[in-house]
Design a protein. Structure first.
Length: 262
């Protein structure tokens, strides 16, 4: 039964050592972070792509790989889905930066003062950024205008599903000399990429293949046609392994005992 346990383990959506089919995007993320954080150049990057296309996984991988290089800066990662409201991003950030408790405009002024004072670069990663859309988009504008302030030391990376969030919600940033945030789009995974992801994961399990190559290709073709979501493909294969495991367990229990014993 251990081969099924191993297969289910490798098919979990954890961040692998190498992200198959995302070499270009990983390279752009790494270059952006090193260029801006190490080069002390404030700036912003907007990363878009449907769920399961590897946005968060790629950024997590890059942050892990560059941990030593970014050690001299301050990294804050917030999932905007966990905030009570769009304005909740400000107290959450203030808490991470160790700033005293303040309210309303005073809190924003305190953050601006901190981010334009002398000190290490601050890398702020906002996952599920579209949760911060609000009336007048004041929250998003405030955040994306911070890297453009004189003496700013903020590098902002926002991740969201919507491709047009910057055009739709941040149109007036384009009028600023520094312009809108840099854009990076993650397209849906293709059938070939999904097949390679599944094969690479399952190759870690010793012994005979748990799932047939034709079955993996069938799964990859179906998922790529609907969404190109790698998490969905991993989930379908994990469920398939669970079904096989239950069947095998059932057959083992029904095997007759040796010597004709009942």
């Amino acid at each position: 039964g251990t081969c099924y346990q191993q297969a289910k383990q490798v098919l979990h959506a954890a961040v692998p050592e190498r992200l198959q089919g995302r070499e270009r995007e990983t390279g752009i993320l790494r270059q952006f972070l090193l260029e801006h954080v190490l080069g002390r150049r404030p700036g912003s990057l907007y990363v878009s792509g449907a769920p399961g296309t590897g946005k968060t996984a790629c950024l997590s991988r890059v942050l892990l790989d560059c941990k030593d290089k970014l050690a001299g800066s301050r990294t804050v990662v917030l999932n905007c889905m966990a905030l009570g409201s769009p304005h909740g991003v400000f107290p959450a950030l203030a808490q991470h930066l160790g700033l005293p408790v303040a309210t309303g405009r005073e809190r924003i002024r305190s953050l601006e003062k901190h981010l334009t004072a002398q000190g290490p670069m601050v890398l702020l990663v906002l996952d599920e950024l579209d949760q911060l859309e609000s009336k007048g988009q004041d929250v998003l504008y405030t955040l994306f205008e911070w890297p453009q302030l004189p003496s700013s030391r903020l590098v902002l990376v926002g991740l969201a599903n919507a491709l047009d969030l910057t055009d739709r919600s941040l149109a007036r940033l384009g009028a600023h000399p520094a312009g809108s945030p840099r854009l990076l789009h993650f397209p849906p995974y293709t059938k070939e990429q999904l097949t390679r992801i599944l094969q690479e994961r399952l190759a870690q399990v010793a012994g005979d293949p748990v799932l047939d190559s034709a079955a993996l290709q069938f799964c990859a073709r179906k998922v790529s046609a609907v969404s190109g979501d790698a998490r969905k493909a991993l989930d379908v294969c994990r469920r398939a392994v669970e079904v096989v495991e239950l069947e095998v367990r059932g057959q083992t229990l029904l095997k007759p005992l040796p010597g004709g014993e009942s």
